[in-house]
Design a protein around this ligand. Sequence first.
Ligand SMILES: [Mg+2]
Length: 297
Amino acid sequence: MGVSNPHFLFYHIFIIMNHKIITRQIIKEIIDENRTPVMKYYAFDWDDNLMFMPTKIYLKDDKGKSVGMSTEDFAEYRTEIGEKDFNYEGHTIVGFDEDPFRDFRVTGDKKFLSDSKSAKIGPAWPDFVEAINNGSIFSIITARGHTPSIIKKAVYDLIKKNAHGIDSNKLAKNLLKYRQLADEDKLTKDQLIKTYLDMCRFYPVSFGEGSATNPEQGKIDAMEEFIRYVKLISHNLQKKAFMKNKISNYFTPFVGFSDDDVRNVEKMKSHFEKKDDNILQTYLTSGGEKKLYEDIY
Ligand SMILES: [Mg+2]
């Protein structure tokens, strides 16, 4: 029997290990060299990942006063709020203020638009620039509850302004090259950008019913939807390319997700890594630095 032969066994272990190494190598090359923008997809948390916005969450101190907390500090303190009293910037915080997320909802839509024009960029910004300049499909998955089209409008404005390294000419060129939008109609550069943003996805997960205090599940649901969408468009692009005889072998798409909140990244990773057909890679950007989450834990 072949199986009892140690050479046979070692040979097969070698094949399996080798296959894993090769698969990992291919994914690494796609990540590193960014050669195939139509197979690489991105998902970004907004606050403290793409941008450091000045928006505050409102808490209450022991004297009944309203105290604003930055989103960066909120990622650190949020499980303690209302659970136990703690000191924050000279106040004893006892819980949330009335409507603590008032600036993160539809009522804060205008503020989001203006803040995004002046906010400092965050650790995942270079990836955002890479995604846009290559014409890659991305999604914004944020705990905020703004009107989805407001976030799209903010990104449109950033593209039109060529903000912080975005190159709208490069984007237009790559859209024509990779997405063959040119076949469909003669589009102006502005129409190209708008069509591109219509293909991207914007998930403010506490819009409507969601909860901003526990955004993890909302973010997982949004990612489930985005991955289904990515698989569908990637399959369609593959079919189109196959018909035109451009690509003969099938490449699996993958999605890179970055968030600065370790609880979001942990929940997201452990939810998706259980799946056989997982295509998600998670990155943690806390402390202003991007790390592949697997590498540190
Ligand atoms: Mg964040």
